[in-house]
Structure formats: structure tokens, C-alpha cells
Design a protein around this ligand. Structure first.
Ligand SMILES: Cc1cc(-c2n[nH]c(CCNC(=O)c3cc(-c4ccc(F)cc4)cc(O)c3O)n2)ccn1
Ligand SMILES: [Mg+2]
Length: 214
């Protein structure tokens, strides 16, 4: 079952990665997923695009929707300035448990807050619960039919500011057609597509980077 799979991924990290070395954690997961079992991490190819966007934005406050095993959380956190923080939402408690251990192995627990539960419930509580004003970067990697409603929710809750970057995974596979249509046609966003492949496969996928114009 799913839980045993993610448990094997965690053991691969603890066996092959150096404690406190985020890049070795990322490498260990990519090797495991390429050689042993596919998993829905953003992966190494799209991960490089993620790295370049994070480095360009240099965010202080990051929201990640969809933690899974914490692969992209570790990738992002390893590039952040010292006092920067990531809040990452995970719906599945088993995944959240694994993610916390992967994040701890990377030594990044001080920069990352893993929150369990549905995005629709947590987004309206961000300000009061976590003292967030606005996000500099949002990485959308959760349920594909939640990208659009949650983007509208982030707007309505005043969590986006002029220049906030939304970076969305899987806009081709599994696909987020309603979200793509919205960010590409709304006058409130400037969007750009980065063509790539579904993690660890040859199938087309890509990341959509959208700047909120206010
Ligand atoms: C509602 C809510 C939800 C969440 C939440 N937490 N964790 C997630 C994970 C979601 N991710 C995916 O489903 C996903 C799937 C594929 C895939 C699968 C099967 C294929 F055949 C091809 C591709 C590939 C990917 O890259 C993905 O990211 N959502 C958190 C909070 N609130
Ligand atoms: Mg994804």
C-alpha cells in the first residue's frame, strides 16, 4: 500500500543520504524513484526549474500546497536565506509523518512548518495562525482540482501581493486546465510555461510560473 512505499522511500534516505545534507537527501530520493519505485515528487528535471525560480525570487515567506514526502520542501528550503520560512500543507497524515522525518534528516526543520489538513480550510487561517502577512512564493503541487479555487481563495484572503510568484506543478500531467486558463487569461497575472517531463518519465509535463500583478 501507499504507506509502505513512502516508508521505503524514507529508509532509502536514511540509508543513502548524509544527515544534515539537503542535496544528498534530494539525490537519494531521485535515485530511489528512478531505480526502485516511481513516486510523485516534483523530481530532478522539474526540480532544476523550481531551484532557478526560487533562487530568482529569493523568498522570505513561502507556501507549499502538497508536501507529500517533503522532496520539494527540502529543495526549496535548502536555497532560502537564513530567516526565511516555508509553510507546507499535507492532507494525508501518513505522508506528513514521512515528510517530517525526511525534513529532519536534511536538518531543515527550523525553516519548515508541516501543517496537516485540507488547503481550503487552512488558507483562510494563515494570518491568524501563523502570523503571515503575504506570501512571496506559492508552490502549487496538491490536488489538481484545487489549484484554481485555492488561488482565488489566496486572492480573497489578501495573501498575495504585487509581485507574488505562483509556481504550479503538473499543469499538463495530470493537468490543471481550469487553473491554466485562469492564470493565462486573467489581467491580474503574467504567466510563463516551462516545458519539462512528468517526474522520472518521458511523458510531457511542465511548470507554470505566474506573477500576481495586484
Ligand atoms: C486538498 C489538499 C491536498 C493536499 C495534498 N497533499 N499532498 C498532495 C499530493 C498531490 N499531488 C499529486 O496528486 C500528484 C500526482 C501525480 C501523478 C499521479 C499519477 C499519475 F499517473 C501521474 C501523475 C504527479 C504529481 O507531481 C503530483 O503532485 N495533495 C494538501 C492540502 N490540501
Ligand atoms: Mg506534483
Amino acid at each position: 500500500n501507499y504507506y509502505r512505499d513512502v516508508n521505503r522511500l524514507l529508509h532509502a534516505v536514511q540509508k543513502n543520504a548524509t544527515k544534515g545534507d539537503p542535496r544528498s537527501v534530494v539525490k537519494a530520493i531521485d535515485n530511489f524513484c528512478r531505480q526502485k519505485e516511481w513516486a510523485m515528487n516534483v523530481g530532478d528535471e522539474k526540480g532544476c526549474i523550481l531551484d532557478s525560480v526560487v533562487s530568482e525570487v529569493n523568498p522570505v515567506t513561502v507556501l507549499e500546497l502538497g508536501t507529500y514526502c517533503g522532496y520539494s520542501t527540502v529543495r526549496i528550503a535548502s536555497l532560502l536565506p537564513p530567516r526565511a520560512k516555508i509553510i507546507t500543507l499535507e492532507f494525508n497524515p501518513d505522508y506528513a509523518k514521512i515528510a517530517r522525518q525526511v525534513i529532519a534528516w536534511a536538518g531543515l526543520e527550523d525553516k519548515i512548518q508541516v501543517v496537516e489538513g485540507p488547503s481550503g480550510e487552512w488558507i483562510p487561517k494563515m494570518k491568524e495562525q501563523f502570523g503571515v502577512k503575504t506570501f512571496d512564493l506559492v508552490f502549487l503541487d496538491h490536488w489538481k482540482d484545487r489549484y484554481l479555487p485555492d488561488t482565488k481563495l489566496l486572492e480573497d484572503c489578501g495573501l498575495l501581493r504585487k509581485g507574488t510568484i505562483l509556481l504550479a506543478d503538473n499543469v499538463i500531467c495530470p493537468g490543471t486546465p481550469d487553473y491554466l486558463e485562469y492564470v493565462r487569461n486573467s489581467p491580474r497575472y503574467k504567466s510563463q510555461y516551462f516545458k519539462s517531463h512528468l517526474e522520472y518519465t518521458k511523458a510531457e509535463d511542465g511548470l507554470e510560473k505566474s506573477v500576481f500583478l495586484g
